[in-house]
Design a protein around this ligand. Structure first.
Ligand code: SAH
Length: 287
């Protein structure tokens, strides 16, 4: 029998109670030259020995494709990210709105802030990663498409793998209550710090082994995991409400991982295997 989870930040008031640490802001201005997929930027530098001119031209990857000289705050860059998500097939307006609201750059290290709105996973420390926006949006959309899901907000949701807390913040807009578990103390603390400024009274951060779920909050309208194991732990299925949906990565053959959707009905549980994904491993115990 595993030791019970210890909720260390369950009192909503605690989130807002402490002084809010000043975090670095988003760069006010992105120095991009053109809105084309790949722009050429003039840079200063020494003349290339084989070239007559002293001007270098550097290829700029298609990052945000924003118009020239526009002073940009992070809202504009997020709007652009949301447009891309929609173009990639995410159609749930509530998911897109939530992704447009939550400041992803506040959840990554200062050195990675410029990449915060690219469709890429990023390191968050201790060998873990924040999933790319497209994967977060896809999983949240799938959660909301469960048969028992209301048109409005989901009820109580369990998240396994808090990581930096980003997805929990997005979930906070889509669900009435979010219980999010992390097994690494360092990341649990980091998420708590990251989320403090957001003052999300409906997010409950828990330190513990998410493989056993969190029975005290059950039954859950939805369960979402950000780490993949060999199978879906029985505790998750038990703690899912009838009519609820679970979305998680799972190994399907050897090391290949796929997104799996479980729907729990009065008749039983159905499992649907979707596209291939690459999540960090689901591990037992805490550290
Ligand atoms: N949703 C997160 C993604 C974090 S990556 C975010 O937005 O940042 C997945 C996380 O799952 C890692 O932090 C990892 O430590 C955690 N994890 C892996 N196995 C776990 C378990 N059994 N219980 C809780 N967390 C777990």
């Amino acid at each position: 029998m595993k030791p019970p989870l210890k909720p260390t930040l369950t009192a909503p008031g605690t989130l807002a109670a402490k002084a809010v640490a000043k975090r670095p802001g988003f760069p006010v201005r992105l120095e991009l030259d053109a809105g084309t997929p790949s722009a050429t930027k003039k840079i200063a530098g020494r003349a290339h020995p084989e070239r007559a001119t002293g001007t270098f031209y550097q290829k700029i990857p298609a990052r945000t494709a924003l118009p020239s000289g526009v002073g940009l705050d992070s809202r504009a860059v997020r709007a652009r990210m949301v447009q891309k998500l929609a173009a990639q097939g995410i159609s749930d307006a509530q998911v897109l709105a939530a992704m447009g609201h939550v400041e992803r750059h506040r959840f990554v290290d200062t050195a990675l802030v410029n990449q915060a709105y690219e469709d890429t996973s990023l390191p968050i420390g201790l060998g873990q990663t924040i999933s790319k926006p497209n994967v977060v949006a896809r999983m949240l959309e799938l959660l909301r498409q469960g048969a028992g899901s209301p048109a409005g907000k989901l009820g109580r949701v369990l998240e396994i793998g808090t990581g930096c807390g980003y997805q929990a913040a997005v979930l906070a807009e889509l669900a009435t209550e979010v219980y999010s578990i992390e097994r690494l103390r360092g990341l649990h603390d980091k998420a708590r710090e990251n989320l403090r400024a957001f003052r999300l009274a409906n997010v409950h951060l828990l330190f513990g082994d998410g493989m056993v779920g969190y029975a005290k909050g059950a039954p859950y309208a939805a369960i979402i995991a950000a780490a993949g194991g060999e199978s879906i732990p029985a505790a998750w299925v038990e703690q899912l409400a009838v009519g609820g949906r679970l979305v998680a990565p799972m190994h399907i053959a050897g090391s290949a991982q796929a997104l799996v959707v479980l729907d729990k009905t009065a008749q039983g549980v159905t499992q649907t295997v979707l596209e291939a994904v690459h999540f960090v491993p689901l591990k037992s115990g805490t550290s």
